[in-house]
Design a protein around this ligand. Structure first.
Ligand SMILES: Nc1nc2c(c(=O)[nH]1)N[C@H]1C(S)=C(S)[C@@H](COP(=O)(O)O)O[C@H]1N2
Ligand SMILES: [Mo]
Length: 388
């Protein structure tokens, strides 16, 4: 048992021993914002005892590519327990002329393509919504960036010869479904599936996918919410309409019109989430930091889903005035940009903000768009610091 598993087991044992006390669970889920922290292996923040849900601390947002051990993990259920390279199969069927099944070595014979993608969970930042909403109480770090490689989904689909009735592509993973909950199955529209950058990814940062990230193969739907990128992929099915199931509806839907915080939203007034919003996060100085006066680099990362980040601005006076940040050298269409702003800090208490603008003309709002499930939080980021 590796130390992370050991840790998880110890912790869930502790939670069980005291009857899974809600106070202990909420203590864990509010760990990042409170003074008590629950460090996992490699300093990752453990957001759930039940399944593996690990958040990346924002101070790790200092490399363009996130090292795999620092890449956030989001699981809705148990990771598959037995997964051998030799037994794994991928079936391709549904609205196709030629259904087939592939082994891993057959899959690896397709041409390989690489995409640097920032993957963000739709629920990232959920804990910052007011009023609070149920769900994993992510802080700011359910987002990471990696170079994903593998065959293009469209090449796999071409071999199967999709019929004209094929409109949506459904993915099924091998996760183990606990009790009576529905399996994690979702679908994406055929247009996105046929995009040259949508992958059946087998590698991340040049090495085979680890189990946490979907070994041996996952869908990679760049620029879209993380939930589109199904892990432990075992079935690709072409459908004539969107997949009907819990993880398409009611989950992962957004109100068509922004409502008042706390208001209920009718299902018919919602649509499925697709691409990510424009967003930036400050990775330093950290919230609550005490610094010496002088030169201070305010830095972070900014991303915009299918759009490009064109500008990041920093305010050191609580949002009254804004200064342009320098954008980092490394860039790719679906990847975040690192940014930094050099500030001459004099003593005092400061409210530092960052906001990004993208190639679609979208700018991060001052306040988030509240919604009942707390998706796509993207208000301008904020840290409070003291300069001595
Ligand atoms: N089979 C399966 N795929 C899945 C999930 C899951 O629970 N099961 N979680 C999804 C969600 S909600 C997110 S945000 C991403 C997270 O990918 P990561 O764990 O590699 O960071 O995986 C997606 N793919
Ligand atoms: Mo997610």
């Amino acid at each position: 048992m590796n130390s992370r598993r050991y840790f998880m087991k110890q912790m869930s044992g502790a939670a069980l021993a005291i009857g899974a006390s809600p106070s202990l669970l909420s203590w864990a889920s509010t760990a990042q914002s409170g003074s008590i922290d629950v460090p996992g292996e490699d300093g990752m923040i453990v957001r759930s005892f039940r399944f593996v849900d690990l958040e990346t601390p924002v101070e790790y947002f200092n490399t363009w590519l996130t090292p795999v051990p620092h890449f956030f993990v989001r699981n809705h259920m148990h990771e598959p327990s037995e997964l051998s390279r030799d037994d794994w199969r991928l079936t391709v069927g549904g609205e196709v002329e030629k259904p087939f099944t592939l082994t891993l070595s057959e899959l690896s014979k397709f041409e390989t393509h690489s995409v640097v993608n920032t993957l963000e969970c739709a629920g990232n930042g959920r804990s910052l919504h007011r009023p609070q909403v149920p769900g994993i109480q992510w802080g700011k770090g359910a987002v990471s960036t990696a170079r994903f490689s593998g065959p293009r989904l469209r090449d796999v689909l071409r071999r199967a010869e999709v019929k004209s009735t094929g409109k949506h592509i459904m993915f099924r993973g091998l996760d183990e479904v606990p009790g009576k909950v529905p399996p994690f199955i979702r679908s994406i529209p055929i247009e996105k599936a046929l995009d040259a950058d949508t992958l059946v990814a087998t590698h991340m940062n040049g090495t085979p996918l680890t189990k946490h990230h979907g070994f041996p193969a996952r869908a990679l739907v760049p620029g879209w919410i993380g939930a589109a990128s199904c892990k432990w992929l075992t079935e690709i099915k072409v459908l004539d309409s969107e997949f009907a199931g819990n993880f398409m509806s009611p989950a992962y839907r957004f109100p068509n019109q922004p409502g008042k915080p706390g208001d209920a939203v009718k299902p018919e007034d919602t649509h499925p989430l697709t691409a990510l919003s424009v967003k930036s996060v400050i990775s330093g100085p950290l919230d609550g930091a005490s610094l010496k006066s002088g030169r201070v680099a305010v830095h972070g990362a900014a991303w915009a889903g299918e759009a490009d980040v064109v500008k990041v601005e920093v305010s050191t006076d609580g949002g009254k005035s804004w200064n342009p940040a320098a954008l980092g050298h490394d860039q790719a269409h679906y990847a975040w940009r690192l940014w930094s702003y050099e500030w001459k800090a004099r003593s005092g208490d400061y409210n530092i903000l960052s906001r990004a603008t993208d190639s679609l003309g979208r700018t991060q709002p001052a306040a988030p768009v509240w919604n009942p499930s707390g998706y796509l939080y993207n208000a301008a980021d904020q840290v409070k610091i003291h300069v001595a």
